[in-house]
Design a protein around this ligand. Sequence first.
Ligand code: NAI
Length: 450
Amino acid sequence: MMYDLGIIGAGPAGYVAAERAGHKGLKVVVFDKRHLGGVCLNEGCIPTKTLLYTAKLYENALNGEKYGISCSKVAFDMGRIMERKDRVVKKLVGGVASALKSAKAEVVYSEAVIEEKKSDHIVICAGNQKYECRNLLIATGSEAAIPPVKGLDKSNALTNREILQLKEIPKSINIIGGGVIGIEFAGFYNSMGAKVSVFEMLDEILPGVDKELSVMLRRELTKKGVDFYLGAKVEEVKGTAVVITAKDGPSEIQADKLLVAVGRKMNVGGIGLEKTGVEFSPKGIKIDNHCRTNIPNIYAAGDITGFSLLAHTAYREAEVAVNHMTGEKDVMRYDAIPGVVYTNPEIAWAGLTEEEAVSRGISFKKASLPLAYAGRFVAENEGKNGLIKVIAGEKYGEILGVHIIGNPSSELIYGAAMAIEMQMRVKDMREIVFPHPTVSEIFKEIAFTL
Ligand code: NAI
Protein backbone atom coordinates (compact mmCIF):
# COMPACT_ATOMS: atom_id res chain seq x y z
CA MET A 1 0.00 0.00 0.00
CA MET A 2 1.25 3.52 -0.75
CA TYR A 3 1.46 5.98 2.17
CA ASP A 4 2.05 9.74 1.96
CA LEU A 5 4.33 9.58 4.97
CA GLY A 6 6.23 6.83 6.77
CA ILE A 7 7.73 7.69 10.14
CA ILE A 8 10.39 5.60 11.85
CA GLY A 9 10.27 6.23 15.60
CA ALA A 10 7.25 7.24 17.69
CA GLY A 11 8.95 9.55 20.19
CA PRO A 12 8.11 13.27 20.45
CA ALA A 13 9.25 13.95 16.84
CA GLY A 14 7.56 10.90 15.37
CA TYR A 15 4.21 11.05 17.13
CA VAL A 16 3.77 14.79 16.64
CA ALA A 17 4.60 14.45 12.94
CA ALA A 18 2.07 11.60 12.65
CA GLU A 19 -0.59 13.65 14.41
CA ARG A 20 -0.07 16.83 12.40
CA ALA A 21 0.24 14.98 9.08
CA GLY A 22 -2.84 12.85 9.80
CA HIS A 23 -4.92 15.95 10.54
CA LYS A 24 -3.73 17.47 7.28
CA GLY A 25 -5.24 14.49 5.48
CA LEU A 26 -2.01 12.58 4.77
CA LYS A 27 -2.06 8.81 4.86
CA VAL A 28 0.47 8.07 7.60
CA VAL A 29 2.18 5.00 9.02
CA VAL A 30 4.42 5.23 12.08
CA PHE A 31 6.75 2.42 13.19
CA ASP A 32 8.19 1.82 16.63
CA LYS A 33 9.96 -1.25 17.94
CA ARG A 34 9.41 -0.42 21.62
CA HIS A 35 6.58 1.92 22.58
CA LEU A 36 4.77 5.14 21.78
CA GLY A 37 6.27 8.24 23.36
CA GLY A 38 9.95 7.38 23.00
CA VAL A 39 12.56 8.24 25.62
CA CYS A 40 10.69 11.38 26.73
CA LEU A 41 7.50 9.67 27.84
CA ASN A 42 8.89 6.31 28.92
CA GLU A 43 12.35 6.87 30.35
CA GLY A 44 13.09 10.57 30.30
CA CYS A 45 11.15 13.80 30.78
CA ILE A 46 7.87 12.45 32.17
CA PRO A 47 8.96 9.76 34.66
CA THR A 48 11.78 11.98 35.97
CA LYS A 49 9.49 14.96 36.45
CA THR A 50 7.02 12.73 38.27
CA LEU A 51 9.76 11.59 40.64
CA LEU A 52 11.18 15.09 41.04
CA TYR A 53 7.77 16.40 42.06
CA THR A 54 7.56 13.70 44.73
CA ALA A 55 11.02 14.70 45.95
CA LYS A 56 9.93 18.34 46.15
CA LEU A 57 6.85 17.44 48.21
CA TYR A 58 8.95 15.28 50.52
CA GLU A 59 11.48 18.06 50.99
CA ASN A 60 8.71 20.56 51.68
CA ALA A 61 7.18 18.22 54.26
CA LEU A 62 10.57 17.87 55.98
CA ASN A 63 10.93 21.66 55.98
CA GLY A 64 7.33 22.39 56.94
CA GLU A 65 8.46 24.17 60.11
CA LYS A 66 9.66 27.09 58.02
CA TYR A 67 6.05 27.73 57.08
CA GLY A 68 4.63 27.06 60.52
CA ILE A 69 3.61 23.49 59.80
CA SER A 70 4.81 20.65 62.00
CA CYS A 71 4.98 17.33 60.20
CA SER A 72 5.96 14.39 62.32
CA LYS A 73 7.01 11.00 61.00
CA VAL A 74 7.48 12.20 57.44
CA ALA A 75 8.18 9.10 55.41
CA PHE A 76 7.88 7.81 51.87
CA ASP A 77 6.94 4.53 50.26
CA MET A 78 9.13 3.91 47.23
CA GLY A 79 6.80 1.20 45.91
CA ARG A 80 3.92 3.66 45.72
CA ILE A 81 6.13 6.39 44.30
CA MET A 82 7.23 4.09 41.45
CA GLU A 83 3.69 2.86 40.93
CA ARG A 84 2.47 6.43 40.49
CA LYS A 85 5.34 7.15 38.10
CA ASP A 86 4.33 4.12 35.99
CA ARG A 87 0.68 5.20 36.09
CA VAL A 88 1.55 8.70 34.86
CA VAL A 89 3.62 7.25 32.00
CA LYS A 90 0.86 4.77 31.07
CA LYS A 91 -1.77 7.51 31.02
CA LEU A 92 0.28 9.74 28.74
CA VAL A 93 1.31 6.90 26.41
CA GLY A 94 -2.41 6.08 26.17
CA GLY A 95 -3.04 9.72 25.33
CA VAL A 96 -0.59 9.53 22.43
CA ALA A 97 -2.29 6.35 21.18
CA SER A 98 -5.68 8.05 21.10
CA ALA A 99 -4.26 11.20 19.49
CA LEU A 100 -2.78 9.05 16.72
CA LYS A 101 -6.06 7.20 16.34
CA SER A 102 -8.00 10.42 15.94
CA ALA A 103 -5.43 11.56 13.35
CA LYS A 104 -6.07 8.23 11.55
CA ALA A 105 -2.36 7.41 11.63
CA GLU A 106 -1.55 3.70 11.45
CA VAL A 107 0.83 2.47 14.16
CA VAL A 108 3.06 -0.55 13.52
CA TYR A 109 4.79 -1.90 16.63
CA SER A 110 7.75 -3.42 14.89
CA GLU A 111 11.35 -2.65 13.96
CA ALA A 112 11.38 -0.83 10.62
CA VAL A 113 14.21 -0.96 8.11
CA ILE A 114 14.55 0.97 4.88
CA GLU A 115 14.68 -1.65 2.16
CA GLU A 116 14.99 0.43 -0.96
CA LYS A 117 14.85 3.99 -2.21
CA LYS A 118 12.92 4.20 -5.48
CA SER A 119 12.72 7.32 -7.65
CA ASP A 120 9.52 8.66 -6.05
CA HIS A 121 9.06 6.61 -2.88
CA ILE A 122 10.82 4.60 -0.20
CA VAL A 123 10.14 0.97 0.65
CA ILE A 124 10.13 0.15 4.36
CA CYS A 125 10.12 -3.37 5.71
CA ALA A 126 8.57 -3.98 9.14
CA GLY A 127 7.32 -7.25 10.63
CA ASN A 128 7.74 -9.06 7.27
CA GLN A 129 5.52 -6.56 5.51
CA LYS A 130 6.45 -3.90 2.99
CA TYR A 131 5.24 -0.32 3.17
CA GLU A 132 5.70 2.16 0.31
CA CYS A 133 5.99 5.77 1.44
CA ARG A 134 6.14 8.91 -0.71
CA ASN A 135 7.90 10.73 2.14
CA LEU A 136 9.92 9.41 5.04
CA LEU A 137 10.62 11.04 8.39
CA ILE A 138 13.43 9.54 10.44
CA ALA A 139 12.88 10.10 14.14
CA THR A 140 14.81 7.26 15.75
CA GLY A 141 16.20 9.39 18.57
CA SER A 142 19.17 8.66 20.79
CA GLU A 143 20.29 6.45 23.64
CA ALA A 144 22.67 6.88 26.55
CA ALA A 145 26.32 6.89 25.50
CA ILE A 146 28.62 4.62 27.50
CA PRO A 147 32.08 6.23 27.50
CA PRO A 148 35.25 4.16 27.14
CA VAL A 149 36.04 4.20 30.84
CA LYS A 150 38.11 1.33 32.28
CA GLY A 151 35.89 -1.11 34.15
CA LEU A 152 32.64 0.55 33.01
CA ASP A 153 29.95 -1.42 31.25
CA LYS A 154 26.24 -2.08 31.42
CA SER A 155 26.70 -4.66 34.17
CA ASN A 156 27.79 -2.14 36.81
CA ALA A 157 26.40 1.14 35.52
CA LEU A 158 22.86 2.40 35.24
CA THR A 159 21.69 4.80 32.52
CA ASN A 160 18.57 6.96 32.53
CA ARG A 161 16.66 3.81 31.49
CA GLU A 162 17.61 1.38 34.28
CA ILE A 163 17.73 3.95 37.06
CA LEU A 164 14.03 4.62 36.56
CA GLN A 165 13.32 1.02 37.51
CA LEU A 166 15.15 1.07 40.87
CA LYS A 167 12.76 -0.12 43.55
CA GLU A 168 14.63 1.45 46.45
CA ILE A 169 16.60 4.57 47.22
CA PRO A 170 20.23 3.47 47.51
CA LYS A 171 22.25 4.65 50.51
CA SER A 172 24.74 6.25 48.12
CA ILE A 173 25.13 6.88 44.41
CA ASN A 174 28.01 7.96 42.18
CA ILE A 175 27.04 9.96 39.11
CA ILE A 176 29.42 10.31 36.17
CA GLY A 177 28.56 13.49 34.26
CA GLY A 178 27.34 16.79 35.67
CA GLY A 179 25.05 17.54 32.71
CA VAL A 180 21.26 17.82 32.82
CA ILE A 181 20.56 14.14 33.48
CA GLY A 182 23.28 13.83 36.12
CA ILE A 183 22.17 16.94 37.98
CA GLU A 184 18.44 16.16 37.91
CA PHE A 185 19.10 12.69 39.36
CA ALA A 186 21.56 14.18 41.85
CA GLY A 187 18.75 16.48 43.02
CA PHE A 188 16.27 13.62 43.27
CA TYR A 189 18.48 11.19 45.20
CA ASN A 190 19.76 13.94 47.47
CA SER A 191 16.21 14.99 48.37
CA MET A 192 15.30 11.36 49.06
CA GLY A 193 18.19 10.96 51.48
CA ALA A 194 20.96 9.24 49.47
CA LYS A 195 24.59 10.32 49.63
CA VAL A 196 25.29 11.68 46.13
CA SER A 197 28.68 12.27 44.46
CA VAL A 198 28.87 13.91 41.03
CA PHE A 199 31.97 13.63 38.83
CA GLU A 200 32.22 16.24 36.08
CA MET A 201 35.21 16.53 33.78
CA LEU A 202 34.73 20.25 33.08
CA ASP A 203 35.40 22.99 35.62
CA GLU A 204 31.68 23.57 36.17
CA ILE A 205 28.45 21.55 36.02
CA LEU A 206 25.77 22.03 33.34
CA PRO A 207 27.74 23.02 30.24
CA GLY A 208 25.80 25.48 28.09
CA VAL A 209 23.95 26.97 31.07
CA ASP A 210 24.78 30.53 32.19
CA LYS A 211 27.79 30.06 34.44
CA GLU A 212 26.59 32.30 37.26
CA LEU A 213 23.43 30.20 37.53
CA SER A 214 25.15 26.82 37.42
CA VAL A 215 27.50 27.98 40.18
CA MET A 216 24.49 29.04 42.28
CA LEU A 217 22.79 25.68 41.77
CA ARG A 218 25.96 23.75 42.56
CA ARG A 219 26.39 25.72 45.78
CA GLU A 220 22.78 25.11 46.77
CA LEU A 221 23.11 21.36 46.11
CA THR A 222 26.44 21.31 47.98
CA LYS A 223 24.68 22.91 50.97
CA LYS A 224 22.12 20.12 50.79
CA GLY A 225 24.93 17.55 50.96
CA VAL A 226 25.86 16.65 47.36
CA ASP A 227 29.61 16.16 46.77
CA PHE A 228 30.91 17.59 43.51
CA TYR A 229 34.21 16.58 41.92
CA LEU A 230 34.91 19.12 39.18
CA GLY A 231 37.64 18.84 36.57
CA ALA A 232 37.28 15.13 37.28
CA LYS A 233 37.32 13.14 34.05
CA VAL A 234 36.42 9.64 35.15
CA GLU A 235 38.82 7.18 33.52
CA GLU A 236 38.33 4.17 35.73
CA VAL A 237 35.61 2.55 37.82
CA LYS A 238 35.80 -0.53 40.00
CA GLY A 239 32.33 -2.00 40.25
CA THR A 240 30.26 0.97 41.37
CA ALA A 241 33.25 2.85 42.85
CA VAL A 242 34.76 5.74 40.91
CA VAL A 243 38.53 6.02 40.82
CA ILE A 244 39.78 9.59 40.84
CA THR A 245 43.29 10.95 40.74
CA ALA A 246 43.84 13.22 43.70
CA LYS A 247 47.08 15.13 44.47
CA ASP A 248 48.37 12.29 46.63
CA GLY A 249 47.54 9.55 44.12
CA PRO A 250 44.42 7.67 43.05
CA SER A 251 41.55 7.21 45.45
CA GLU A 252 38.26 5.38 45.23
CA ILE A 253 34.87 6.87 45.99
CA GLN A 254 32.56 4.02 46.97
CA ALA A 255 28.81 4.01 46.43
CA ASP A 256 26.00 1.47 46.18
CA LYS A 257 24.97 2.51 42.68
CA LEU A 258 26.61 4.10 39.66
CA LEU A 259 24.79 6.27 37.12
CA VAL A 260 26.43 7.21 33.86
CA ALA A 261 25.10 10.36 32.17
CA VAL A 262 27.75 11.68 29.81
CA GLY A 263 25.64 12.47 26.77
CA ARG A 264 23.78 10.61 24.05
CA LYS A 265 24.52 8.38 21.08
CA MET A 266 22.37 8.95 17.97
CA ASN A 267 20.40 5.95 16.68
CA VAL A 268 21.64 6.09 13.09
CA GLY A 269 22.49 2.39 12.81
CA GLY A 270 20.37 -0.57 11.74
CA ILE A 271 17.70 1.35 9.84
CA GLY A 272 19.17 1.04 6.36
CA LEU A 273 20.17 4.69 6.01
CA GLU A 274 23.14 3.74 3.86
CA LYS A 275 20.72 2.58 1.11
CA THR A 276 19.20 6.04 0.76
CA GLY A 277 22.15 8.35 0.09
CA VAL A 278 21.19 10.42 3.17
CA GLU A 279 24.18 12.26 4.64
CA PHE A 280 24.79 11.13 8.20
CA SER A 281 27.55 10.41 10.69
CA PRO A 282 27.65 8.98 14.23
CA LYS A 283 26.78 12.54 15.33
CA GLY A 284 23.44 12.42 13.52
CA ILE A 285 21.60 13.11 10.27
CA LYS A 286 22.26 16.39 8.51
CA ILE A 287 19.16 18.50 7.86
CA ASP A 288 18.37 21.93 6.39
CA ASN A 289 16.10 24.52 7.97
CA HIS A 290 13.02 22.65 6.68
CA CYS A 291 14.26 19.54 8.51
CA ARG A 292 14.91 17.90 5.16
CA THR A 293 17.95 15.73 4.51
CA ASN A 294 19.97 15.98 1.28
CA ILE A 295 17.39 13.58 -0.24
CA PRO A 296 14.27 15.60 -1.15
CA ASN A 297 11.58 13.26 0.24
CA ILE A 298 13.48 12.18 3.35
CA TYR A 299 13.24 14.29 6.50
CA ALA A 300 14.67 13.91 10.00
CA ALA A 301 13.59 15.42 13.32
CA GLY A 302 14.41 15.15 17.02
CA ASP A 303 17.56 13.82 18.70
CA ILE A 304 18.65 11.99 15.55
CA THR A 305 19.65 15.36 14.07
CA GLY A 306 22.22 15.49 16.85
CA PHE A 307 22.14 19.02 18.14
CA SER A 308 19.27 20.10 20.37
CA LEU A 309 18.29 16.84 22.10
CA LEU A 310 15.12 18.30 23.60
CA ALA A 311 11.58 16.99 23.23
CA HIS A 312 10.17 20.44 22.54
CA THR A 313 12.69 21.03 19.73
CA ALA A 314 11.64 17.66 18.32
CA TYR A 315 7.95 18.68 18.33
CA ARG A 316 8.66 21.81 16.36
CA GLU A 317 11.05 20.13 13.92
CA ALA A 318 8.35 17.54 13.23
CA GLU A 319 5.84 20.29 12.46
CA VAL A 320 8.27 22.10 10.17
CA ALA A 321 9.01 18.85 8.29
CA VAL A 322 5.30 18.06 7.81
CA ASN A 323 4.53 21.62 6.74
CA HIS A 324 7.36 21.57 4.23
CA MET A 325 6.30 18.28 2.68
CA THR A 326 2.74 19.59 2.28
CA GLY A 327 3.94 22.79 0.64
CA GLU A 328 3.27 25.12 3.58
CA LYS A 329 5.95 27.75 4.18
CA ASP A 330 7.74 27.09 7.44
CA VAL A 331 11.28 27.34 8.71
CA MET A 332 12.95 25.92 11.83
CA ARG A 333 14.47 28.55 14.09
CA TYR A 334 16.64 27.65 17.06
CA ASP A 335 17.19 31.09 18.62
CA ALA A 336 14.51 30.93 21.29
CA ILE A 337 14.37 27.32 22.39
CA PRO A 338 13.88 27.22 26.14
CA GLY A 339 16.00 24.98 28.34
CA VAL A 340 15.11 23.81 31.84
CA VAL A 341 16.89 21.91 34.57
CA TYR A 342 14.13 20.59 36.83
CA THR A 343 16.06 20.60 40.07
CA ASN A 344 14.89 22.30 43.25
CA PRO A 345 15.50 25.19 42.61
CA GLU A 346 14.86 25.03 38.88
CA ILE A 347 17.00 26.72 36.27
CA ALA A 348 15.41 27.89 33.03
CA TRP A 349 16.66 29.95 30.14
CA ALA A 350 15.99 30.98 26.56
CA GLY A 351 18.22 32.65 24.01
CA LEU A 352 21.87 33.62 24.32
CA THR A 353 24.02 33.25 27.41
CA GLU A 354 26.42 36.06 28.27
CA GLU A 355 29.31 33.79 27.22
CA GLU A 356 27.69 33.16 23.80
CA ALA A 357 26.96 36.87 23.23
CA VAL A 358 30.62 37.67 23.95
CA SER A 359 31.92 34.90 21.69
CA ARG A 360 29.64 36.06 18.84
CA GLY A 361 30.91 39.66 19.21
CA ILE A 362 27.41 41.02 19.93
CA SER A 363 27.23 44.39 21.73
CA PHE A 364 24.86 43.89 24.61
CA LYS A 365 23.75 45.25 27.94
CA LYS A 366 22.71 43.09 30.85
CA ALA A 367 20.96 43.28 34.16
CA SER A 368 20.43 40.86 37.03
CA LEU A 369 17.84 41.00 39.77
CA PRO A 370 17.10 38.76 42.76
CA LEU A 371 13.74 37.02 42.41
CA ALA A 372 12.94 38.47 45.83
CA TYR A 373 11.85 41.58 43.91
CA ALA A 374 8.69 39.62 43.16
CA GLY A 375 6.46 39.46 46.24
CA ARG A 376 5.06 36.06 45.33
CA PHE A 377 8.56 34.55 45.30
CA VAL A 378 9.18 35.81 48.84
CA ALA A 379 5.78 34.53 49.98
CA GLU A 380 6.41 31.03 48.68
CA ASN A 381 10.17 30.49 48.99
CA GLU A 382 11.10 30.89 52.64
CA GLY A 383 14.83 31.44 53.02
CA LYS A 384 15.54 30.84 49.33
CA ASN A 385 17.39 32.90 46.76
CA GLY A 386 16.68 33.25 43.08
CA LEU A 387 18.05 35.33 40.25
CA ILE A 388 17.03 36.55 36.82
CA LYS A 389 19.50 37.79 34.27
CA VAL A 390 18.51 39.47 31.01
CA ILE A 391 20.75 40.19 28.05
CA ALA A 392 19.55 42.78 25.52
CA GLY A 393 21.01 44.37 22.39
CA GLU A 394 23.07 47.45 23.25
CA LYS A 395 21.51 49.73 20.62
CA TYR A 396 17.86 48.70 20.27
CA GLY A 397 17.31 46.84 23.51
CA GLU A 398 15.99 43.70 21.79
CA ILE A 399 15.82 40.82 24.24
CA LEU A 400 18.52 38.28 23.41
CA GLY A 401 18.65 36.00 26.41
CA VAL A 402 16.88 35.36 29.71
CA HIS A 403 18.26 33.14 32.48
CA ILE A 404 16.50 32.34 35.72
CA ILE A 405 17.27 30.27 38.79
CA GLY A 406 14.42 29.79 41.26
CA ASN A 407 10.94 28.28 41.25
CA PRO A 408 8.86 28.20 39.14
CA SER A 409 11.20 29.33 36.38
CA SER A 410 10.24 26.34 34.24
CA GLU A 411 6.72 27.78 34.00
CA LEU A 412 7.88 31.35 33.32
CA ILE A 413 10.45 30.79 30.64
CA TYR A 414 8.01 30.46 27.75
CA GLY A 415 7.32 34.19 28.24
CA ALA A 416 11.00 34.89 27.62
CA ALA A 417 11.04 32.54 24.61
CA MET A 418 8.05 34.41 23.16
CA ALA A 419 9.74 37.75 23.73
CA ILE A 420 12.90 36.59 21.94
CA GLU A 421 11.00 34.89 19.12
CA MET A 422 8.84 37.99 18.55
CA GLN A 423 11.93 40.24 18.74
CA MET A 424 10.51 42.24 21.62
CA ARG A 425 12.52 45.08 23.10
CA VAL A 426 13.01 45.90 26.75
CA LYS A 427 10.75 48.92 26.19
CA ASP A 428 7.90 46.64 25.01
CA MET A 429 8.29 44.47 28.09
CA ARG A 430 7.88 47.53 30.34
CA GLU A 431 4.47 48.24 28.79
CA ILE A 432 3.00 44.80 29.44
CA VAL A 433 0.68 44.30 32.41
CA PHE A 434 1.65 41.23 34.42
CA PRO A 435 -0.68 39.62 36.95
CA HIS A 436 0.08 40.55 40.55
CA PRO A 437 1.28 38.88 42.67
CA THR A 438 3.18 36.43 40.47
CA VAL A 439 6.85 35.64 40.04
CA SER A 440 6.41 36.59 36.36
CA GLU A 441 6.35 40.26 37.38
CA ILE A 442 10.12 39.96 37.61
CA PHE A 443 10.21 40.39 33.79
CA LYS A 444 8.69 43.84 34.07
CA GLU A 445 10.79 44.73 37.08
CA ILE A 446 14.05 43.86 35.35
CA ALA A 447 13.02 45.68 32.17
CA PHE A 448 13.11 48.94 34.14
CA THR A 449 16.71 48.30 35.16
CA LEU A 450 17.98 47.84 31.58
P1 NAI B 1 25.05 16.35 28.83
O1 NAI B 1 25.74 16.50 27.54
O2 NAI B 1 24.05 17.36 29.26
O3 NAI B 1 26.14 16.25 30.01
C1 NAI B 1 27.14 15.27 30.05
C2 NAI B 1 28.21 15.74 31.01
O4 NAI B 1 29.14 14.68 31.22
C3 NAI B 1 29.01 16.92 30.50
O5 NAI B 1 29.01 17.92 31.48
C4 NAI B 1 30.41 16.33 30.26
O6 NAI B 1 31.43 17.27 30.47
C5 NAI B 1 30.46 15.20 31.29
N1 NAI B 1 31.38 14.09 30.98
C6 NAI B 1 31.57 13.46 29.81
N2 NAI B 1 32.47 12.44 29.94
C7 NAI B 1 32.85 12.43 31.25
C8 NAI B 1 33.74 11.62 32.02
N3 NAI B 1 34.42 10.58 31.50
N4 NAI B 1 33.89 11.92 33.34
C9 NAI B 1 33.21 12.94 33.91
N5 NAI B 1 32.35 13.73 33.21
C10 NAI B 1 32.16 13.48 31.91
O7 NAI B 1 24.41 14.88 28.78
P2 NAI B 1 23.33 14.17 29.67
O8 NAI B 1 23.25 14.77 31.04
O9 NAI B 1 23.62 12.73 29.54
O10 NAI B 1 21.97 14.52 28.95
C11 NAI B 1 21.77 14.13 27.59
C12 NAI B 1 20.77 15.02 26.90
O11 NAI B 1 19.48 14.80 27.44
C13 NAI B 1 21.09 16.48 27.10
O12 NAI B 1 21.69 16.97 25.95
C14 NAI B 1 19.77 17.12 27.35
O13 NAI B 1 19.41 17.99 26.32
C15 NAI B 1 18.76 16.01 27.44
N6 NAI B 1 18.02 16.15 28.71
C16 NAI B 1 17.26 17.25 28.91
C17 NAI B 1 16.61 17.43 30.09
C18 NAI B 1 15.83 18.65 30.32
O14 NAI B 1 15.53 19.36 29.36
N7 NAI B 1 15.48 18.98 31.54
C19 NAI B 1 16.67 16.44 31.18
C20 NAI B 1 17.54 15.35 30.86
C21 NAI B 1 18.16 15.21 29.66
